[in-house]
Design a protein around this ligand. Sequence first.
Ligand SMILES: Cc1cc2nc3c(=O)[nH]c(=O)nc-3n(C[C@H](O)[C@H](O)[C@H](O)COP(=O)(O)OP(=O)(O)OC[C@H]3O[C@@H](n4cnc5c(N)ncnc54)[C@H](O)[C@@H]3O)c2cc1C
Length: 380
Amino acid sequence: MVGGGVIGCAVAYELGRRGAEVCVLDRRDVGLGATQASAGMLAPFIEAEHAGPLRRLGSRSLELYDQFVADVVGDTGDSVPYERCGTIEVATDAVSSARLERAANELSRAGVHCRLLSGSEAVADEPHLSQRVCAALLVPAHGFVGAASLTAALRQAAARHGVAFLTPCAVTRLAPTDAGIEAETDRGPRLGDVVVLAAGSWSGQVEVEHETPIPVRPVRGQLLRLRWPAGPPLTKVVWSSGCYVVPWRDGTTLVGATVEDVGFDERATVAGVTGLLDAARELLPATTRAGFEAVRVGLRPGTADDLPVVGWSHAVPKLLYATGHYRNGVLLAPLTARLVADLVFDATPDPLLDALTPGRFEAASTAVAGVQVAAGRTRS
Ligand SMILES: Cc1cc2nc3c(=O)[nH]c(=O)nc-3n(C[C@H](O)[C@H](O)[C@H](O)COP(=O)(O)OP(=O)(O)OC[C@H]3O[C@@H](n4cnc5c(N)ncnc54)[C@H](O)[C@@H]3O)c2cc1C
């Protein structure tokens, strides 16, 4: 396994549970890539007026989450912050209200429990909301998980099932051999029957013999941790066009996130921090009295179609990809782990994998460089 983010750890855990002998190689320590910055939201039906493969993936993975967390906690005894507290997605003008109404209709048709609220109902439900809120969509099944705690627990749980972790260990090249795949690393060569490439934004930097690099690009996200002021806490994750806010039970809130196309630059910026603070104050005026605790930065692994890459390499036998999870890697971790382990153990491939094949970029690989992400937008 190349990469020990939430995806690599979840896949390693699932493979270990099924009896595979697994070693995770990470060039830093586990969980220090995009995963440590994540807000951990589990919200596949946000901005969901259109159905599509991403919503299907998210919804399937969300269904797995209760059991996934219970298994990991059961295997380790570690505690993992996990809540299905619901989300409230708000509108502050007629255009976004109409969009929420379309989303509510679409979700109801799909059988997802949700409720459209007027502005006053929304403020009665979540009194910290700005009076400018004129409509809101409540999705009770949504929630959040502590991404760092979950990944640390996945590591412990995987280790209990015999998974080895070798860190720091940077993989530079993968080459097929008669016996499997050889990984060249800065700690010498390593041989595996199967290699899973789960190196997040850096997946395209690992040279693979006979294969063009997988076109995953880094999309920087900055996220703030604030200490919520005294008084009643928020009860749900709040989402607006400017930012989202995740209420932790330890009295802190996460405010995210910027979306920036700046290459492999993991530094925080004044513009990123002030933009998020302004958006949070506009959405929840009490933010003005909050304490500032930290800013986190991560590089989301983006793809040209915003879908992850999960499946066998077309050119290199025994090489599997599990990368490109962009804004949804934490949400999609349980499903990705299951899909990858099913492939390794030759189970019937899930039809969901058809949209995720690594080969889908071959024709479009020259076009991906032209995909731009607008700086200043906010997303998970
Ligand atoms: C600000 C922000 C907020 C987010 N909010 C959410 C959210 O609310 N919900 C959600 O579901 N998702 C969210 N995401 C997205 C989510 O964090 C990512 O999709 C997810 O963390 C990707 O996990 P990963 O394991 O693929 O990548 P990473 O966590 O980046 O892990 C990749 C690992 O590979 C290692 N690696 C890289 N190159 C090599 C190499 N050559 N050799 C060995 N190891 C290597 C790295 O050191 C790293 O540990 C957010 C992301 C950001 C930045």
